[in-house]
Design a protein around this ligand. Structure first.
Ligand code: HEM
Ligand code: HEM
Length: 181
């Protein structure tokens, strides 16, 4: 997409909203399924793993799209620190969109309780190559998945806050850049 365009491409928008929805769902279901009082926890774990792998595949596609298609230029009047904060958040999101599913996959591959992963109860998903079954290793991946999950929640809050500030305070149409029409 040319830099003079004022919107992201339809593919970039579609992937943004699809992945955003799935990540928010993964966080909500992740917190629910790890609570011992939640019913049907096993089914939730399977769904969490399936959607998580889907986010991994879509995010790889999205990263390739992003590296091969220029985004629209930022609106005039943004301060250098705001541009830097936006860039940092967006890069951090790409790291999270790919890193969180990889950590989850590594965690279940290392877990001594070897529960097979079947994507949406259909497609068998292999264990991560090169990962040995070890409680200590699984715990390390779990700790990272948990803590980066918390960081993700903070970044989403920051990102939504920034979008709302652009919309209602700066009124520079940044939200429109991610919507068609
Ligand atoms: C973007 C993708 C993902 C996000 C945002 C995400 C987020 C979360 C969150 C918020 C939790 C609960 C946090 C906690 O208390 O530990 C969780 C737990 C978990 N996730 Fe994910 N997850 C993702 C992908 C995956 C994938 C792909 C797998 C496996 C294939 C996975 C496996 C697990 C497991 C097994 C737990 C439970 C850990 C425990 O028992 O404490 N996750 N995830
Ligand atoms: C888990 C949730 C979300 C994630 C991971 C996420 C991730 C991202 C990323 C990586 C970008 C940069 C796009 C690129 O240049 O490739 C972006 C842009 C954007 N996001 Fe999100 N987003 C999420 C949720 C939201 C929500 C809820 C809103 C609205 C309130 C929103 C509004 C926007 C807008 C307006 C842009 C365009 C910024 C610009 O003009 O450069 N996002 N998002």
């Amino acid at each position: 997409m040319a830099a003079s365009k004022t919107r992201y491409s339809k593919v970039a928008m579609g992937l943004h909203w699809l992945i955003a929805l799935m990540i928010i769902g993964l966080i909500v279901f992740g917190i629910l399924m790890t609570n011992p009082d939640t019913p049907n926890r096993f089914a939730l774990y399977q769904l969490h793993k399936s959607f998580g792998i889907l986010v991994l595949l879509l995010s790889i596609l999205r990263l390739i799209w992003r590296l091969t298609h220029k985004p629209p230029a930022l609106p005039d009047g943004m301060k250098p620190w705001e541009i830097a904060a936006a860039k940092f958040t967006h890069i951090a999101f790409y790291v999270i969109m790919i890193g969180m599913p990889l950590l989850g996959w590594a965690m279940v591959s290392a877990s001594p309780i070897a529960i097979p992963t079947r994507i949406f109860d259909t497609l068998p998903w292999p264990d991560m190559p090169g990962i040995a079954r070890s409680e200590a290793l699984a715990d390390t991946f779990k700790m990272l998945h948990h803590n980066i999950g918390k960081l993700t929640i903070a970044l989403i809050a920051l990102h939504i806050g920034a979008a709302l500030k652009h919309q209602f305070i700066n009124k520079d149409g940044v939200l429109r850049r991610m919507f068609p029409g």
